[in-house]
Ligand binder design. Sequence first.
Ligand SMILES: [Zn+2]
Length: 226
Amino acid sequence: MSIKRSVNIACPGCGTTQDITLVEVLNAQTDPDLKEDLMHNRLNRVSCSDCDIDFRVDLPLLYTDAKAGLMIHWVPENDDANREQILEEFDEVIERMNAEAGEEVSVPNVRLVMNRVELVELIYMIEAGMNQRVVEYVKYSIYTRNQEKLDPERHRMLLNVEDSTDDELLFVMQDVDDRELGQVLRYGRSAYESLLELFADEPEEFMEMFPGPCISARDVLLEDRA
Ligand SMILES: [Zn+2]
């Protein structure tokens, strides 16, 4: 079952406040229609009752899909919460969950993302049976090989699962500020598959590089820089 809650929100256009119902926990198995809304950027959208502006309200969302063994927490990064704070709070939530369960819950299956495109990308990736750590490793190597052109500070790299083929994985660069999609990069699927074999033999290196819950090449690169 999905969980909704009512919040009072001010319109970013005219300031009129209204009570709206937002999805807080999305259960993809029981509510596939809500999942469709999320994938098509229709979830938690509101039309202002006064000026008719249409806007999206980004509040933390827990996406669960028991069949896929997946739990993704989307905590929007904004002026009030930066990545470090979000990660700290996330650790506290996991600790509380452990305390309540009286045992260690399997944290590796809980993922943390900080914006909607990353959430949608991850859902596609997992449903296509891809290995997220290996995909992020591929991104890491593309970034580091194209340092002059690809700045992780300004550009987010997204895997386009739907348009990838048997031969090639397609990545698209997104401008972090205006969210415009730009350059498309191709990566041979055979190279990805070789990395999968490496992962099967020696997962430790990948685990060390991307321990979770936030598995992101861009984060690793930005941390290295800091
Ligand atoms: Zn309005």
